[in-house]
Structure formats: structure tokens, C-alpha cells
Ligand binder design. Structure first.
Ligand SMILES: NC(=O)c1ccc[n+]([C@@H]2O[C@H](COP(=O)([O-])OP(=O)(O)OC[C@H]3O[C@@H](n4cnc5c(N)ncnc54)[C@H](O)[C@@H]3O)[C@@H](O)[C@H]2O)c1
Length: 274
């Protein structure tokens, strides 16, 4: 492998071939949790289709991966746009001969109370955090059913398990992702397809500084950092994106071959105490 890039975290270790030869589609892949996961998947031998609506992070995730000796392709796509999910799946099939892993990770939220949302704002969050997952599943499932194998992981949140003030659409959609995960695991398990999700706790990613993400966390206010660290009652810090990526890797790898319908909580103790 080539020399790692400057944003290397010691936690992101050498690959062990856990996804060798697999093709993965990752949404929200150019920033935060998606970016760390794309990089980890590539280290573990996967060919990664990195899907995102923004290319402002430098180096772009596919360039980062290729510089490190991995294989990746970037697709500028909006997961909420008509035809976006189909384009992701078709591109992966054309480029890598198929799809083995779909990681639905793109997501976001708007902080205000339920009565303050316009229809447009509410539907935007529903589309991004929930409807896009169903549409992406719809796009990939015929391919998975044909080969009787496939792996779906989605990013939910601890806020799908707990309430967070001024976050109604976010909490509702993330709870729905957990429920949808369980439901789809039931429907598709008999056809060789596993479906899981991860529930990250507070993770240091660019989204805390608004949108679009920029490459450093410098702009996060001390208040923002303190608020997020306060929510971790045991480890008293925010997570690194890599700490989520290893959870996703577990769910997507054969090491989790008997795990389906599971919501893996990786939260530094956020949900263990009141
Ligand atoms: N960071 C946290 O503390 C935290 C905690 C729990 C859950 N999550 C979830 O993790 C996921 C990733 O969040 P993050 O913190 O890494 O955020 P981030 O903003 O760093 O990255 C999200 C990426 O998704 C992309 N994206 C947004 N809308 C898109 C669209 N319509 N089509 C394609 N790409 C789109 C963005 O451009 C961005 O690159 C989200 O689903 C989020 O809800 C994050």
C-alpha cells in the first residue's frame, strides 16, 4: 500500500482481506462515516463505488483510496433524485460486474420542533433518511435475488432509539430505519440477503459544521463539541468516523454471517444510562 494520506487515523489498520473481491456501493461516501467506511472497505479488498452529491472534500474519497493502492470509483449522484439509486446500481454492475454490499449512509437532519417544519423541510428529511433507502433497496434487490446473496447495511442513529430535543424528523426517520432493517431482514433472509444497521453515537464528522462539509473540524464550535462529548456517559468523548467504519465492516463481512435484522449500537456509552 502507498503511504497513507494525512487524515490517517491510527485506528484504521492494515487490511486483512475481509472483503476481497466484493463490490460495495456506499452513499454519502465523500465525508465523515461514509468516507472512513469506503476507505476501510477498500483496505479490506473491496471495489468501492463511492456515491455522493458533493466533491468538495479533498482529496476526493476515490482518489484517496486509489492513492493508497485500493480500488474505487466516484459517482456524483443524489440518492433522493428519481433514477439516482438505479444509476448507482447500474454503475457498480458496469464497473465491477455486480454489487455485493449496499451501504445506505447518506443522511442528515434539521434542528427545530415538529410544528415549525414546513412540508418541504419535513419531506426533505423523510426522503433523504428513509425513502432513499427503500429506493436503493428497490434498485439492488433484483440483482441480489438473482444471485441469492447480498448484504445491506444502513446508518441509523442512537437518535432512532432515544429522543433528542428539536430533532423530530431525524429521530422519526432513524427509528424507521431500525424498524425497516428488521422487516427487510425477515423478507430477504430466506433468499440469502442479510440486512443490518448501525446506530452511531456522536461522531466527529463535518456535518456538525453544516452543509456542505469541508475538510477539517476546526470550524466546530466549542459548544458543539462539548454538547456531543457530554452525550457519551462512559467514554466521555465523540467517536472517530473510523470507529463506526469497523462496525459497518463487521456487519458487511462474513464474520457477521449469522447476524441479520440487527441494530448495532456504537455509541461510547450514550444509551446505557439516563
Ligand atoms: N456524525 C454523527 O454523530 C452521527 C450520529 C448518528 C448517525 N449519523 C448518521 O451517519 C450518516 C453519515 O453522517 P456523517 O456524520 O458522516 O455526515 P457528513 O455530512 O460528514 O457526511 C454525509 C455525506 O452524505 C452526503 N449526502 C447528503 N445528502 C446526499 C444525497 N441526497 N445524495 C448523496 N449524498 C448525500 C453529503 O454530501 C456528505 O458527504 C448519516 O446518515 C447520519 O445521520 C451520524
Amino acid at each position: 500500500m502507498a503511504k497513507p494520506n494525512g487524515d490517517e487515523h491510527p485506528m484504521l489498520g492494515e487490511g486483512r482481506g475481509r472483503l476481497r473481491g466484493r463490490a460495495a456501493v456506499i452513499t454519502g461516501a465523500n465525508s465523515g462515516i461514509g468516507r472512513a467506511t469506503a476507505r476501510l472497505f477498500a483496505r479490506e479488498g473491496a471495489n468501492v463505488l463511492c456515491c455522493d452529491i458533493q466533491e468538495t472534500m479533498t482529496p476526493r474519497v476515490d482518489e484517496l483510496i486509489i492513492n493508497e493502492g485500493g480500488e474505487a470509483t466516484f459517482l456524483n449522484v443524489n440518492v433522493t433524485a428519481a433514477g439516482g439509486p438505479e444509476e448507482m446500481v447500474q454503475t457498480a454492475i458496469a464497473r465491477y460486474g455486480g454489487v455485493d454490499i449496499l451501504y445506505n449512509n447518506a443522511g442528515g437532519g434539521i434542528r427545530k420542533q415538529a410544528h415549525e417544519f414546513t412540508d418541504e423541510e419535513w419531506n426533505f428529511i423523510m426522503d433523504l433518511n428513509l425513502n432513499a433507502i427503500q429506493r436503493s433497496v428497490r434498485a439492488v434487490i433484483p440483482h441480489f435475488l438473482e444471485k441469492e446473496s447480498g448484504n445491506i447495511v444502513s446508518t441509523a442513529s442512537t437518535f432512532g432509539l432515544l429522543a433528542s430535543g428539536n430533532y423530530p424528523a431525524y429521530c422519526a426517520t432513524k427509528a424507521a430505519v431500525i424498524s425497516l432493517t428488521r422487516q427487510m431482514a425477515l423478507d430477504y433472509g430466506p433468499r440469502g440477503i442479510r440486512v443490518n444497521c448501525i446506530c452511531p453515537g456522536a461522531t466527529e464528522t463535518p456535518r456538525f459544521r453544516g452543509h456542505p462539509p469541508v475538510p477539517s473540524l476546526q470550524a466546530a464550535t466549542p459548544e458543539q463539541r462539548k454538547r456531543m462529548a457530554d452525550s457519551n456517559k462512559a467514554l466521555l468523548r465523540m467517536a472517530r468516523p473510523e470507529e463506526m467504519a469497523y462496525g459497518v465492516l463487521f456487519l458487511a463481512s462474513d464474520e457477521a454471517s449469522f447476524v441479520t435484522g440487527h441494530a448495532l449500537v456504537v455509541d461510547g456509552g450514550q444509551t446505557i444510562a439516563v
